[in-house]
Design a protein around this ligand. Structure first.
Ligand code: PRT
Ligand code: ZN
Length: 305
C-alpha cells in the first residue's frame, strides 16, 4: 500500500471486505444501503469513499482479523467462523485477540458441523473418540472436542475437506455447511454443530479515539437500521375495536401497534404496526378470521429509531 493511502487513513475510516467470494457482493450491497458510495482504484484493491470519509480495502477474508489487529483497517466484514478460529488460535499462542464481533449482519449464514460417512453410527459426541477428523478449522474443532471431553485427532487440511473420508485420510470431517448439498454429494451425514455462523462486523477492542470512532458509531447505527429493515414489514388493517386484542396477539411485535380512529365510524379503527419477522399468508388469514379487513403488508425502506 502506498504511504499516501496509509496517511489518509488517520482521518478516514477503513473497512476490510472480502475481495471475491461469498461475502463480497452482499457486504458491498450492505454498505451501499447505508448510503456509502465508492470509487474503485485501478488495482481494484482500494475503494475511496465519496459520500463519507470511509474507504474499503478488498482482501481475502482470512486476512481481515489480522488487518484490524494491525490497525491497517478499523472495521471488517467477515464470517464469524473465520473470526472465532483466528481468535482461538491467537489465544492458544498466548497472543492478544485480533478483533471482536461488533454486530451480526444476518447474511452468509452457515454452520461449522461434524459429518460422518452415511454408514457410520452416531448418537452422541463420545462416539467420535479416537477418530481422525479432517478440517480447515483446527482451533474451533479442538475447542469443541475439549468441551465435549472427546479425544479425537484433528487432521488439518487447507481445502476439499469433504473428500477426506473417501480418500481414507480421515474418518469424519468438520466443515462449513449451508444447504447440505455438498455433504449429500459426498455421502456424508451432518451429526453435530460446532458453531452457527454468519457474516459479522468486526472491530478493534478499543475504538479509535479520533473522528474514526464517531464515523464507526454512525456506520454501526446505519447498519443496525438496514439489517432491522430487511426483516421488517409495515402491516396496515381495519378492524372492529372489539377485535383489536385478538388481532394484535396474532402479530409479531403487535404490542407496538398504532391505533387510529376511522372518520365517521365509532366502532372501526385502523391499525398500523411495524413487525420484525415474516408475515405469512397464514398470519393474514388468521387475522381476517379474527375480524380484520383491508389487510396490507408493505416493505419498509429505511428506519431510524
Ligand atoms: O478467497 P477467500 O479466502 O476470501 O474466500 P474463501 O474461499 O475462504 O471463502 P468463501 O468465499 O468460500 O466463504 C466466505 C464465508 O462465507 C465463509 O467464511 C463463511 O462465513 C460464509 N459461508 C456461508 C460459507 C458457506 N456458507 C459455505 N457453504 N463458506 C463456505 N461454504 C462452503 C463449505 O466450505 C462447503 O465446501 O460451501 C460448501 C458447503 O455448502 P452447501 O451449501 O453444499 O452445504
Ligand atoms: Zn478464505
Amino acid at each position: 500500500m502506498s504511504p499516501a493511502v496509509a496517511a489518509k487513513s488517520r482521518e478516514r475510516l477503513r473497512i476490510a471486505v472480502q475481495k471475491s467470494g461469498r461475502l463480497s457482493d452482499v457486504s458491498q450491497d450492505l454498505l451501499a444501503r447505508c448510503g456509502l458510495k465508492f470509487r474503485q482504484s485501478r488495482d481494484k484493491l482500494f475503494c475511496f469513499g465519496e459520500s463519507l470519509p470511509i474507504d474499503l480495502l478488498l482482501v481475502r477474508d482470512d486476512d481481515i482479523p489480522g488487518l484490524i489487529a494491525q490497525g491497517v483497517c478499523d472495521l471488517g466484514i467477515v464470517g464469524r467462523n473465520v473470526l472465532r478460529e483466528q481468535t482461538l488460535a491467537a489465544i492458544a499462542r498466548s497472543e492478544i485477540e485480533p478483533a471482536r464481533e461488533l454486530v451480526a449482519l444476518g447474511f452468509g449464514r452457515c454452520r461449522l458441523s461434524i459429518a460422518l460417512p452415511l454408514d457410520a453410527a452416531y448418537a452422541e459426541a463420545a462416539q467420535l473418540e479416537g477418530l481422525r477428523i479432517a478440517t480447515t478449522y483446527p482451533a474451533l474443532l479442538g475447542n469443541w472436542l475439549r468441551e465435549q471431553r472427546v479425544d479425537a485427532s484433528v487432521v488439518v487440511l487447507s481445502g476439499s475437506v469433504e473428500i477426506a473420508p473417501r480418500l481414507g485420510t480421515a474418518d469424519a470431517i468438520c466443515d462449513l455447511v449451508s444447504s447440505g448439498a455438498t455433504l449429500v454429494a459426498n455421502q456424508l451425514r451432518e451429526v453435530a454443530t460446532v458453531i452457527e455462523s454468519e457474516a459479522v462486523l468486526a472491530g478493534a477492542f478499543t475504538a479509535p479515539a479520533d473522528v474514526r470512532g464517531e464515523l464507526a458509531e454512525q456506520l454501526l447505527r446505519r447498519i443496525e437500521g438496514v439489517t432491522r429493515v430487511r426483516e421488517s414489514k409495515l402491516v396496515m388493517l381495519h378492524a372492529p375495536r372489539a377485535a383489536l386484542a385478538a388481532i394484535t396477539q396474532l402479530l409479531p411485535d403487535g404490542q407496538s401497534a398504532t391505533i387510529l380512529p376511522i372518520e365517521g365510524s365509532n366502532d372501526q379503527v385502523s391499525l398500523q404496526a411495524v413487525c420484525h419477522g415474516a408475515i405469512t399468508w397464514q398470519h393474514l388469514e388468521d387475522m381476517k378470521r379474527a375480524g380484520a379487513r383491508q389487510l396490507l403488508v408493505l416493505p419498509v425502506e429505511k428506519m431510524l429509531a
